[in-house]
Design a protein around this ligand. Sequence first.
Ligand code: OGA
Ligand code: MN
Length: 200
Amino acid sequence: MEDRFESLIEGLLDDQFASTADFLSPDLVDRLRTNLLTRLHQGQMHPAGIGRAIGFQTNASIRGDLISWLDDAPEDEAEQEFLALVREFMAYLNRTCYTGLNALEFHYAIYGPGSFYKRHKDQFRSDSGRRFSLVSYLNEDWLPIDGGALVLSPEQNGEKVIFPEGGRMVLFKSDEVEHEVLPTVRPRMSITGWLKTVSY
Ligand code: OGA
Ligand code: MN
């Protein structure tokens, strides 16, 4: 486990982002994907907004995904397992990098064919709580012709193209790394979230 965490953190320190294949087990990916599809069929996935509170609006010309938030203390065992892993990673980051993270929020997301998310940063101007973005993909057998790449543009060096292969975990600094999701050909599923520092 710590090896998996360590390889993510090393990339983060060197490049402002990290990407690791097979971070989630195939079994956990299957169970989370089933949950997402159940929520979709029950009408619980909704257009994502841009900004927060007063600035909140939905706009499919900027982002076209449907999302559904995870509970902090979910009943579902796969979600419990996922959040336990993320909390363990957050504690590891705090221990090794003194990051002082103390909160998290995650949602399922699905991009239907043709949808995308234009270039953006994840930190709202009105809310600096989001420190690290974590994206985990839930797709089976993704091919480059399926589109839907995540393109990261770290400040120092070029662009990094990442395909949303099931089990892959991507981590980057929310306030530093601009990124976009290119139009997808197939439905594209993920759990995306943020590690935060909030003052209570
Ligand atoms: C986001 C986002 C990236 C991805 O939800 O803010 O940028 O690869 N997602 O799904
Ligand atoms: Mn984003």
